[in-house]
Design a protein around this ligand. Structure first.
Ligand SMILES: NC(=O)c1ccc[n+]([C@@H]2O[C@H](COP(=O)([O-])OP(=O)(O)OC[C@H]3O[C@@H](n4cnc5c(N)ncnc54)[C@H](O)[C@@H]3O)[C@@H](O)[C@H]2O)c1
Ligand SMILES: [Zn+2]
Length: 360
């Protein structure tokens, strides 16, 4: 079932292969060499305890809590000390098992230890499987400043088993689906129709989910191979993200990333509607899918001034305008410098208050 979905990503750092497998836990054991070190999500270990026990007894490993605190510069010092203490050498590999947090830590360590060691990534969250596993970015936090330190250092191989997502809480699944919807909308009308048709079934059918993941990665692959280092085309993937990041930060990360991005895409669409870039029927169609995805996760009251303030902090801004990605419809996203004047803030206020937008 899986083999035909495998593919290679071309990268200036090193090309890397993405493989789909039916038994991810067995695959970890197949990949781990005698002196490799397994860096693994502690919660994942506790969920798959009995199946992982022989593997973890036979191999050096470090289990970490997947938290933003752990993903920070100072917290990595003891991990580096443990790795060196375990005699980890340049010719050994890091086998990284977890979601985006463990990935970011693994990538950062692999890139910097001995000027770069090989690492293999087994993503265990939907967000990591459908998005972050390719692209090569790694970012760790510095104190309370998120994602400040990092580089581009993709894994040498990525092994995906969507079956490992069975234990993922529904909210994390929907967060991943939000990230996927974003890729499908950036891709075009056909992909938008595809994810609308498959959305419900993806929640409880592995085969459907695996196909959606593979397509999501293909959409991302096409763009990162042209613009690996985020200088042009890749910026369009920021669709829903500037607004999403503001929502994440103003809700103190209570709203998970992919859900915040779902809200963020709806706001981008709403502004596009007001500016005459899209018509009401297409706005409504996208709104319906996004609303399904964020259902049950309320934004709560968000203060307009704080929201504008958070938008202004985005590192992509120039001068007094806020750089965002708007849309003329699926597949027609474009970068726009949004002047923050009374009309724009009125529209944002309407959206935040849900008055113009009963589903929000
Ligand atoms: N490097 C990149 O390109 C990139 C891209 C997007 C996001 N990120 C980063 O990724 C992080 C978010 O990643 P995430 O959403 O994967 O979250 P995560 O790694 O924090 O995992 C979410 C939760 O799920 C648990 N978990 C992991 N796998 C599980 C499984 N199979 N079953 C049950 N529980 C499981 C984790 O322990 C954690 O509690 C953020 O820090 C973000 O900055 C990085
Ligand atoms: Zn994202």
């Amino acid at each position: 079932m899986s083999e035909c979905m495998d593919f290679t990503v071309r990268s200036a750092v090193h090309d890397y292969r993405v493989r789909f497998v039916d038994d991810g836990l067995a695959a970890i054991a197949d990949y781990a060499g005698a002196d490799d070190v397994i860096l693994i999500d502690e919660k994942f270990v506790s969920i798959y305890k009995s199946r992982l026990r022989p593997l973890l007894e036979a191999h050096k490993h470090i289990a970490l809590i997947a938290s933003e605190e752990q993903k920070s510069y100072l917290q990595l010092a003891p991990v580096i000390e443990t790795l060196i203490g375990k005699n980890f050498r340049k010719n050994n590999r890091l086998i990284v098992v977890g979601g985006g947090v463990i990935q970011d830590i693994g990538a950062f360590l692999a890139a910097n230890l001995y000027r770069g060691v090989q690492w293999i990534f087994f993503p265990t969250t939907l967000l990591a499987q459908c998005d972050s596993c390719i692209g090569g970015k790694s970012s760790i936090n510095f104190g309370r400043y998120k994602n400040q330190l990092g580089n581009f250092y993709p894994p040498h191989e990525i092994v995906i088993d969507p079956g490992l997502l069975d234990s993922l809480p529904e909210l994390d699944v929907r967060s991943g689906l939000g990230e996927m919807i974003h890729f499908y909308l950036v891709s075009g009308l056909e992909d938008f129709h595809r994810i609308m048709a498959d959305y419900e079934r993806a929640l409880n059918d592995h085969t459907v989910l695996q196909k959606l993941i593979a397509r999501s990665l293909q959409i991302k692959k096409r763009v990162i191979e042209i613009d690996e280092f985020d200088r042009g085309e890749r910026l369009l993937f920021n669709y829903g993200h500037s607004f999403g990041h503001a929502i994440e930060s103003l809700t103190a990360y209570r709203v998970p990333h992919g859900i915040a991005v779902s809200y963020g895409m709806d706001l981008a669409n709403y502004l596009s509607l007001q500016l005459g870039h899209i018509n009401r029927p297409i706005y409504d169609q996208m709104h319906e899918l996004l609303r399904c995805n964020w259902q049950g996760v309320e934004l709560g009251p968000i203060d307009l001034e704080s929201f504008i303030g958070a938008l202004r902090k985005d590192k992509k801004n120039i001068g007094s305008e806020v750089v965002v990605i708007l849309t003329k419809g699926p597949g027609q996203m474009f970068k726009s410098a949004l002047p923050i004047h009374s009309q724009t803030t009125d529209w944002i206020r309407q959206w935040l208050s849900g008055r113009e937008n009963p589903g929000v």
